[in-house]
Design a protein around this ligand. Structure first.
Ligand code: SAH
Ligand code: SF4
Length: 352
């Protein structure tokens, strides 16, 4: 609840049922509201004509229908779209829509900024402000869907925008409950991916609660290097992270995805590739190589195409499924690690 009103998208369906009953309404009204929000994706209470006029007037008075304001939208030449939303306290977050037919992925943010400060990440370099609520997470989906019109449909959700989702567990889980609820958005768990840098106790809880896809941002095969690139490694070192991945309750036929940002001259050698192979040997996994995406003030560089392919070759030769993530939306600063909201002074792309 903010300024005395309730953000309507901040309720899971069971919570909404309890809430409408407290307002003196029948329980099934909650399901109607949930369908309006997530199946019909209406943009105002006026459109919910199966609710009585007096109930709608009450809802109008005590709820916030939209907590995000779409501030800007950038369209990349490759079809990627970056959305900048302003929150009610003035902070901004970003969501990225990535069309790759037949897959249409929405990348959502889970925090304003990020406290973990990975060396190569723009979001991390700008600090942390606060966690998002479940409603603010789910509304990114609702608003982008609205902006896209009837087509194309969003088919996949990835928690790879701003922030570390497993540092915002409670709201992450509530947003997953909404995404997965068959009476609303009804996403299959196969189409949702949570990406984490490896908050081990939270990974365990996620695995026990929601069978969504897990992506682990690894980026280095030794503690020495990972401590530098991913400072949280000092708290959750590689041996413990790998053990947690081994013990992760993976649903049948699923694999953990390891993300590995390739940084020229830092973690991209043959030595690193071989180390990575032995580290991952005990795990049912695949690897996603992400050539570094530059941002204002960054000192890292992207390796040559040849080096990237040579790194991939080492992994493939050891039978590790390894893809190279083509950077989408680079021209609009929408690629991995480039999201900043208004935490920087970046006004538009001409400044850079
Ligand atoms: N905090 C979570 C999720 C958000 S980051 C995590 O780190 O997993 C999503 C992915 O983008 C991560 O794998 C991250 O390492 C990667 N990334 C961050 N900065 C990047 C950059 N500059 N270039 C390429 N990938 C980057
Ligand atoms: Fe945070 Fe992920 Fe960026 Fe690291 S890579 S600073 S965990 S958002």
């Amino acid at each position: 609840m903010r300024d005395g009103r309730y953000h309507i998208r901040n309720f899971t369906l069971p919570e909404l049922e309890e809430w409408v009953q407290r307002l003196g309404e029948k329980r099934y009204r909650a399901r109607q509201i949930f369908q309006h929000l997530y199946v019909r994706n209406v943009s105002s209470w006026d459109a919910c004509t199966d609710l009585s006029k007096s109930f709608r007037a009450k809802l109008e008075a005590i709820t916030i229908f939209d907590a995000l304001v779409l501030k800007k939208e950038f369209c990349s030449s490759d079809g990627t779209r970056r959305f900048v939303f302003e929150l009610r306290d003035g902070y901004q977050i970003e969501s990225v829509f990535i069309p790759d037919p037949p897959r249409y992925t929405l990348c959502v943010s889970s925090q304003v900024g990020c406290p973990l400060g990975c060396a190569f990440c723009y979001t991390g370099s700008l600090g942390y402000r606060r966690n998002l609520t479940a409603g603010e997470i789910i509304e990114q989906y609702s608003q982008v869907r609205r902006a896209l019109g009837s087509k194309p449909r969003i088919t996949n959700i990835v928690f790879m925008g701003m922030g570390e989702p497993l540092l915002n567990e409670k709201e992450l889980y509530r947003s997953l409950a909404i995404f997965l609820d068959s009476r609303g958005v009804s996403f299959s768990h196969r189409r949702i991916t949570v990406s984490t840098v490896g908050i081990i106790p939270a990974m365990r809880r996620l695995g026990e609660s929601y069978p969504v896809n897990l992506a682990v941002s690894l980026h280095a095969p030794t503690d020495e290097l990972r401590n530098e690139l991913v400072p949280i490694n000092k708290r959750y070192p590689l041996s413990e992270l790998i053990r947690a991945c081994r013990e992760y309750p993976l649903p049948r036929r699923k694999r953990i995805t390891f993300e590995y940002v390739l940084l020229k001259g830092v973690n991209d050698s043959e030595f690193h590739a071989r180390k990575l192979v032995s580290l991952l040997a005990p795990i049912r996994c695949k690897v996603n190589l992400i050539p570094f995406n530059p941002f204002p003030g960054s000192s890292f560089e992207r390796p040559s195409e040849e080096r990237i392919l040579a790194f991939q070759r080492v992994l493939l030769d050891c039978n590790i499924t390894t893809t190279i993530r083509t950077s989408r939306g680079l021209d609009i600063l929408a690629a991995c690690g480039q999201l900043a909201g208004n935490l920087d002074a970046r006004e538009d792309l001409r400044q850079w």
